[in-house]
Design a protein around this ligand. Structure first.
Ligand SMILES: [Zn+2]
Length: 111
């Protein structure tokens, strides 16, 4: 079996996000706990090169063994207080209030 399909086979879908930004924030949140994830869907191309149907982006966890921890983190992610987003000084991306650094360029929040 090619390596590509092995990886695909072992990936598990964690969460369907409402947009790319939310999917990216969740992925960063997981990455800060050393869980590897990636985003599938929306405008991304499928493994075979076909364009995937127009559905919401979803976050997939790379390793089965990370799944229980990823689900805990997802619950925390969804429960975090909704505060006002801030705008990065450097690249002008809107960043969720729960994050101290910009998801786009990594700049620290200016207070
Ligand atoms: Zn930025």
């Amino acid at each position: 079996m090619p390596l590509n399909s092995l990886i695909k086979f072992s990936m598990q879908r964690l969460y369907e996000a409402r947009d790319e930004i939310e999917a990216q924030m969740l992925m960063d949140y997981l990455a800060s706990s050393h869980i590897q994830a990636n985003i599938q869907g929306s405008y991304l191309k499928g493994a075979a090169g076909e364009l995937m149907a127009n559905h919401f982006p979803s976050v997939w966890v790379m390793l089965n063994e990370d799944m229980p921890r990823a689900q805990e983190l997802l619950a925390q992610f969804l429960q975090r207080p909704r505060q006002e987003a801030w705008v990065c000084e450097k690249c002008h991306s809107e960043v969720d209030a729960g994050f101290g650094i910009c998801w786009n360029c990594g700049a620290a929040r200016e207070i």
